[in-house]
Design a protein around this ligand. Sequence first.
Ligand code: HEC
Ligand code: HEC
Length: 293
Amino acid sequence: MSSPWSWYVILGTIASLIACFWLVAYANRQRASESEIKESESHVWDENIRELNNPLPMWWLWLFIGTVLWSVFYLIYYPGMGNFDGLSGWSQEQQYADEVAAAEAQYGPMFAAFGAMEVTALVDDPAALGIGQSLYQNYCSQCHGSTAQGARGFPNLTDDEWLYGGSPAQIEHSIMLGRAGVMPPLAGVFPTEEALDEMVRYVQEMPDGMNTESPAHQQYMTLCIACHGPTGAGLQALGAPSLVDNVYLYGSSAAETRISIAAGRAGEMPAFGDLIGSDRARILAAYVYSLSQ
Ligand code: HEC
Ligand code: HEC
């Protein structure tokens, strides 16, 4: 907060506290005078309820004064007055950092012990897999689903088909460094809409065998082969999916296939290394690895 705004807040707060005191003092001084009592005869409701300007009850008054005094001490002790930090030195950031440090001190050694083990050993350790599962629910389930079966655009982690590879090292790489799949938009390379439709049909039929008779076959062999491979099996180094299995990232329909080819795709797996560290990534890799075994 810049210092004029800080002063604005400080002065505004002090002014309202003074106003509170003044209000109490003022209200307390008001007593019903003789003439008022007389006049109040005309202010009688429901036969016997008389409207008067009576002093506030003492308990209420002290409660009010108490809360105002409390706020004065509070605002001196804790941050609250503009940029003034308060005498206690307490801050949200510090409290958060302390809690993180406490959790790290409590769980860090356990994570480090698991982090030093191989993924293939961790998959036989129920405690490690239990922790892996809760880490998974925390960090991964919003995209890959609570059962890790994925969704449109988010790969299934429980099957045997991998974009980038299902070895422990490849899974760990996916988690630590993230992945970015790049399917280039290729609408421009098809001279006519019919040629594009032909390619869509060709790709849809690929799981049943490559149709070498199709006019699209020649195009596949020049345009797509570099990434999806000569047999259509894909290429894990690029994350190019197999087009010959029945597993689809974006769907098997003509419409989705058409979008993939014409407009391209750019699936992104965020890098988690900085957020969770290598020990937790190792435990997560073991959990993910165990799902497909
Ligand atoms: C530069 C490499 C590259 C080239 C060239 C390329 N692709 Fe792809 N393709 C990819 C990648 C990577 C993905 C996955 C995109 C993602 O992860 O979001 C993909 C995804 C697809 C998909 C979606 C698959 C699914 O499971 O939903 C289809 C269909 C597809 N490509 C067809 C083609 C066709 C047909 C050609 C040639 C006309 C082609 N690709 C050329 C890299 C490529
Ligand atoms: C913001 C969404 C998102 C989150 C969160 C996320 N992922 Fe992913 N993940 C993706 C996408 C999208 C891909 C596919 C990337 C592509 O299309 O190239 C992917 C790919 C992967 C792959 C590679 C799969 C393969 O077939 O090779 C693994 C392994 C993986 N994620 C594990 C995880 C784990 C473990 C977590 C939790 C730490 C996680 N993901 C969190 C979106 C996410």
